[in-house]
Design a protein around this ligand. Sequence first.
Ligand SMILES: Cc1cc2nc3c(=O)[nH]c(=O)nc-3n(C[C@H](O)[C@H](O)[C@H](O)COP(=O)(O)OP(=O)(O)OC[C@H]3O[C@@H](n4cnc5c(N)ncnc54)[C@H](O)[C@@H]3O)c2cc1C
Length: 172
Amino acid sequence: ESRQVVIIGAGPSGAIAAALLKRKGHDVLVLERQHFPRFSIGESLLSHCLDFVEEAGMLDAVNAAGFQRKTGAAFAWGERYSAFDFGDTFTAGKPTTFQVQRADFDKLLADQAALQGAEIRYGDAIVSVDFDQTKPLLDVRREDGSEYRVEADFVLDASGYGRVLSRLLDLE
Ligand SMILES: Cc1cc2nc3c(=O)[nH]c(=O)nc-3n(C[C@H](O)[C@H](O)[C@H](O)COP(=O)(O)OP(=O)(O)OC[C@H]3O[C@@H](n4cnc5c(N)ncnc54)[C@H](O)[C@@H]3O)c2cc1C
């Protein structure tokens, strides 16, 4: 199988990148080893996150999902306390963001990327890579243990804590 772009991981970075590339007319295959919804840590978004969500054409869906709206942040340490209002900015930007449950948020973004035409395969894990050929080659293992090979013009590692390329290329 030969594809233009293969993205490793369908978390927020993989889903957003897939949608952005698809919107520019590229062929995109996303390979995700888990099945969504799945637990992930990192629920508290900053306002700027929504700029990328918007650029990827997913803001209406995120706004409609009913996540808890977040207008700022406060930090306390003993007697010390400081609060930040996200609307109190020096430059243009969104004044609010969301506190999300990542399982639901990540599934929503991945579903939006799929709606825009990105192909996402769940339960398929990248197990080895070969960058010494004319084009990168990825070996992928399905849940039933069978394997297949994908050739790509570009590989984007969005595997987050999976650290796929850094692990496989011994770059950690
Ligand atoms: C304790 C803690 C608290 C945090 N709190 C916040 C917070 O409040 N706000 C915030 O913005 N960030 C927070 N973060 C950071 C946040 O969790 C990450 O930045 C975010 O999850 C990264 O998203 P991602 O899409 O890059 O990767 P991930 O969300 O990690 O997604 C990567 C995907 O790749 C898949 N994958 C992995 N290996 C393979 C493989 N071999 N083959 C195929 N697929 C694979 C995984 O299954 C996963 O679905 C926190 C992190 C920690 C540790």
